[in-house]
Design a protein around this ligand. Structure first.
Ligand SMILES: [Zn+2]
Length: 439
């Protein structure tokens, strides 16, 4: 029955990047929650699709657990690489194939399944549950801060469970305790009113040269970010976090094979590789363009050059403060003419390794999957978890029903049905243990 419910949710397209089916999906999610027993409210931000907020008070427990999920999905293109149509939710080989099957609709229905089981068996849930399901996670949650500001008082709780999580390549349960932050910036340099004949390059400044010279001041040859004060607030890993990182399985080989790279930056390997991967702030050029890039040659002197950069941040780095430092850096290096447009700014999130919910999640994972769980001090990726850890002060863990070959964001995304069921048991055990008073 729950597989059918997952199929029904997957058959409803909800591509936030293309504004496709979001309102209908919010309605459907709201309906499922209501049918389960939740009190459901729809929050409509000033722009963008509704955010579903639901509550289920417990008749026996006083503690409160908050869930965060999203009902939107990534675009399906390229369509020709899908074995089955992306919204058909075809069951094949023990898996449901669909865009959103694992990211994030599988997790929504799997959680719903564990909650229904409690209600069926005992008529209530062991602790109070609050659930936030937004529809713009895949495009950077542009209206989520509006929701948090409005609902802050109502989102009080003791801990939170994040949207994703599941098993690694060896089917070991993963407990992820944090995400990196993000400062996304677009740079633009204009040196003339319009493009012109490149014969004028002898006397008119080329914006692409100016842009690359500016970019070159941002990092040094050792990859260190040279913006003055960039590392001032970085909180280094604690001793306990370093121990956990040492125990984390190495992703080195899988990344090397997948990308076909011979060596990593600066010869990083082993423990140093892991420390850099999870702990270093980054300054990545995501795109750079100017002038003519088509086939053949065109001798043009461009008037504009642009670049996009994503800076990943670690705990205690403040993106707003860093954006200011970046602007000061440009002035100091005589690049005040370079325009800076901020596109996203999210701080990092990190739950302490000794948080009760982290221990409960690991213990329950071991019990359900009969394998030693892996605690990831942080993911190297980013997301809006900081609203929960920093703004609401909720210790937050990411656990769920994904598996390592879910193909999230890629063609043939799928949800393994066995992990869907076991992931739901995992969540149920966590709810049960979490509801007990802390000792
Ligand atoms: Zn995603």
């Amino acid at each position: 029955m729950f597989v059918e419910q997952l199929q029904a949710l997957c058959r409803q397209p909800s591509v936030s990047a293309q504004n496709l089916g979001l309102y209908e999906t919010a309605e459907l999610v709201g309906k499922f929650l209501k049918e389960t027993g939740f009190i459901v409210e729809m929050f409509s931000p000033s722009k963008g699709p509704p955010i579903v907020f639901a509550e289920l008070p417990s008749r026996i427990g006083t503690r409160t657990l908050v869930f965060y999920n999203h009902y939107d999905v990534q675009p399906v293109e390229p369509l020709e690489l899908w074995k089955n149509p992306p919204f058909s939710a075809t069951v094949d080989d023990g898996k449901v194939y669909a865009r959103g099957a694992s990211d994030n609709k599988g997790n929504i229905i799997s959680r719903l399944m564990s909650i229904s089981a409690f209600l069926k068996a005992t008529g209530t849930v062991p602790c109070n549950l609050k659930w936030v399901i937004e529809g713009e996670e895949e495009i950077g949650s542009p209206h989520f801060s509006e929701f948090i500001t409005r609902y802050k008082e109502r989102l009080t709780g003791d801990s939170a469970i994040w949207e994703f999580g599941g098993l690694d390549y060896e089917d070991r349960p993963l407990v992820t305790l944090g995400l990196k932050g993000m400062l996304y910036v677009e740079f633009r340099v204009q040196t003339a009113l319009k493009d012109s004949h490149s014969a004028r390059a002898a006397v008119v400044e080329n914006p692409a040269w100016r842009l690359v010279r500016m970019l070159d001041t941002i990092t040094d040859e050792d990859g260190r970010i040279m913006v003055e004060g960039w590392y001032d607030d970085v909180r280094p890993f604690t001793q306990e976090e370093l121990e956990a990182i040492r125990a984390m399985p190495l992703e080195e080989h899988s990344i090397r094979d997948e990308l076909g790279v011979k060596n990593f930056l600066f010869g990083l390997t082993g423990f140093e590789f892991k420390k850099a991967f999870y702990g270093n702030p980054t300054a990545n050029i995501a795109g750079i363009w100017s002038g003519y890039t088509g086939p053949g040659h065109k001798t043009v002197l461009p008037s504009v050059a642009q670049a996009k950069m994503d800076f990943r941040l670690v705990p205690n780095q403040d993106p707003v403060k860093l954006a200011g430092k970046l602007r000061q850096h440009l002035v100091r290096h005589e690049f005040a003419d370079v325009e800076v447009n901020l596109q996203a700014e999210n701080p990092a999130a990190r739950t302490p390794i000794d948080a009760r919910i982290a221990k409960i999640a690991a213990r329950a994972g071991r019990e359900v999957f009969r394998k030693e769980p892996v605690t990831l001090v942080t993911s190297a990726a980013s997301g809006p978890m900081h609203y929960f850890t920093n703004t609401l002060g909720l210790p937050t863990v990411a656990i769920g029903c994904n598996h390592a070959k879910s193909n999230t964001h890629a063609p043939n995304e799928n949800q393994r049905i066995d992990v869907f069921v076991k992931g739901s048991k995992w969540i149920a055990r966590v709810i049960e243990e979490f509801a007990k008073p802390p000792t």
